[in-house]
Ligand binder design. Structure first.
Ligand code: AMP
Length: 202
């Protein structure tokens, strides 16, 4: 089974994915994590992507599609896509490479997104995300350093949300027409979303 978590930045896609991927036997494929790994490695792709990411813009389709196609050749099926596709063009390309079985859409309001993103920290080593209730400086799961992502600030969040509204939200209709979409209320607690995501994927 291949699954997509769809929703604006800060909707909790990565956090929910981390919590359910193992029990569902899914490989978590986050294009944001892949791009940050490229930046950390100082690769050409990472350098090209960083300017777009810091500006809250989407990285061009051709860069992203090539990166994902390479990864899919390596991992095959049973993938939980997080943050890809983000444009209709990417969705059409994905349909030509593999089949998505279910799409979980996390519907969330801008106010909740801003509050979540501006107070969250991410583990440098494993990519897990922690909210304001976490007060330690290291990840309690792998010991990695927790940091605030360069693009997790109010000005960039607004731009990322606008990019989402313009380029990514048409995917809601795209997958609804394919009969694959299941909408969940992303304003709920992460734990409540996890319960519903489990039910939707059962
Ligand atoms: P994320 O970690 O999913 O919030 O992604 C962080 C940033 O990486 C986004 O704001 C984009 O700049 C870039 N990015 C991640 N996935 C994609 C994608 N599928 N298409 C274009 N840009 C992407």
């Amino acid at each position: 089974m291949n699954v997509l978590f769809l929703g604006p930045p800060g909707a909790g896609k990565g956090t929910v994915a981390q919590k359910i991927k193992d029990e569902m036997g899914l490989i978590h494929l986050s294009t944001g994590d892949m791009l940050r790994a490229q930046i950390a490695a100082g690769s050409e792709l990472g350098l090209a992507a960083k300017a777009f990411m810091d500006d809250g813009k989407l990285v061009p389709d051709e860069v992203i599609i090539g990166m994902v196609a390479d990864k899919l050749r390596e991992v095959g099926n049973n993938v939980l896509f997080d943050g890809f596709p983000r444009t209709v063009n990417q969705a059409v390309e994905l349909d030509s490479i593999t089949n998505l079985d279910k799409v979980i859409y996390l519907d969330i309001t801008l106010d909740v997104v801003k509050r979540r993103i501006c107070s969250r920290r991410t583990c440098k080593r494993c990519g897990r995300v922690f909210g304001s209730d976490c007060t330690t400086s290291n990840c309690h799961l792998c010991g990695g350093e927790l940091y605030t992502r360069d693009d997790d600030n109010e000005a960039t969040v607004e731009k990322r949300f606008n990019e989402y509204a313009l380029k990514t939200s048409p995917l809601i209709e795209y997958y609804d027409k394919q009969g694959k979409l299941r909408k969940l209320d992303g304003d709920q607690s992460i734990d409540a979303v996890v319960v519903q995501a489990r039910e939707a994927l059962a």
